[in-house]
Design a protein around this ligand. Structure first.
Ligand SMILES: C[S@@+](CC[C@H](N)C(=O)[O-])C[C@H]1O[C@@H](n2cnc3c(N)ncnc32)[C@H](O)[C@@H]1O
Length: 229
């Protein structure tokens, strides 16, 4: 089975996710000790969606994040470049589009809101992904990025680092259809910018009013922004 490296070569990333697709949802829930559901709910609430709005869920994978958003009554489309992940979510009743985050197959300004959960970290040029998300959002439209981040309490941060490097790969070996991918997961989380640094990158990529909120002590952060009018 394949895994990507921190150069995040798009072919290697897509093929790695094709390999984890079959047991992706289950592995997520086990590794996050069930927290994934509350992170998805918090993402939906942070977007403040209204019925009938058009929403892009980018890097949606199996569309597990998209169905949570669709509970709002908004029209939510799942986009991802791993056809294996989209296929694993075939039973989820939301529109699905194969597409690359750095070259989205949508016109300018067509979405009221865009969001990406646990996806931005995997995009080879995440600033380009943020600019593409801004391009397809209408002026005044919203962004929420849900991503692993940096725990805020030092003692908790140390325990979490141990979990990432030791326990997580071991648990993945028991549960995942591609355990090697979870070594990449741990490495990519450790190399990812912290809350303030990511906020700066979002603000430099076409978004205004950028802020964030920590979930589960900063294991995850929700960054939000608005497309300037
Ligand atoms: C960890 S999964 C997240 C899936 C889902 N959003 C969730 O919350 O569980 C990351 C997804 O990002 C997708 N991805 C990574 N880089 C991408 C890119 N450049 N364009 C589109 N999708 C990408 C992968 O194929 C994978 O399905």
């Amino acid at each position: 089975m394949s895994r990507a490296n921190l150069d995040k070569d798009p072919r290697a990333v897509a093929s790695m996710f094709d390999g984890v697709a079959r047991r992706y949802d289950l592995t997520n829930t086990v590794l996050s000790l069930g927290r994934d559901r509350s992170w998805r709910r918090a993402t939906r609430k942070a977007l403040g969606l209204q019925p009938g709005e058009k929403v892009l869920d980018l890097a949606a994978g199996t569309a597990v994040s998209t169905v949570e958003l669709a509970k709002s009554g908004a029209w939510c489309v799942a986009a991802d470049f791993s056809v294996g992940m989209l296929a694993a979510g075939a039973g989820r009743d939301v529109p699905k589009v194969a597409g690359d985050a750095t070259k989205l197959p949508f016109d300018d300004g067509v979405f009221d809101a865009v969001t990406i959960s646990f996806g931005l970290r995997n995009v080879v040029d995440h600033a380009a992904g943020l600019r593409e998300m801004a391009r397809v959002t209408r002026p005044g439209g919203r962004l929420v990025v849900c991503e692993f981040s940096t725990p805020t309490v030092p003692v908790f941060a140390t325990a979490y680092k141990e979990y990432l490097m030791r326990a997580l790969p071991a648990v993945a070996r028991a549960v995942s259809s591609n355990p090697e991918a979870y070594v990449y997961l741990a490495e990519s989380i450790r190399a990812w910018p912290d809350q303030a640094a990511l906020a700066e990158q979002i603000a430099a990529s076409g978004w205004s009013d950028v802020g964030w909120r920590n979930l589960t002590g900063g294991i995850v952060a929700l960054h939000s922004g608005r497309k300037p009018v």
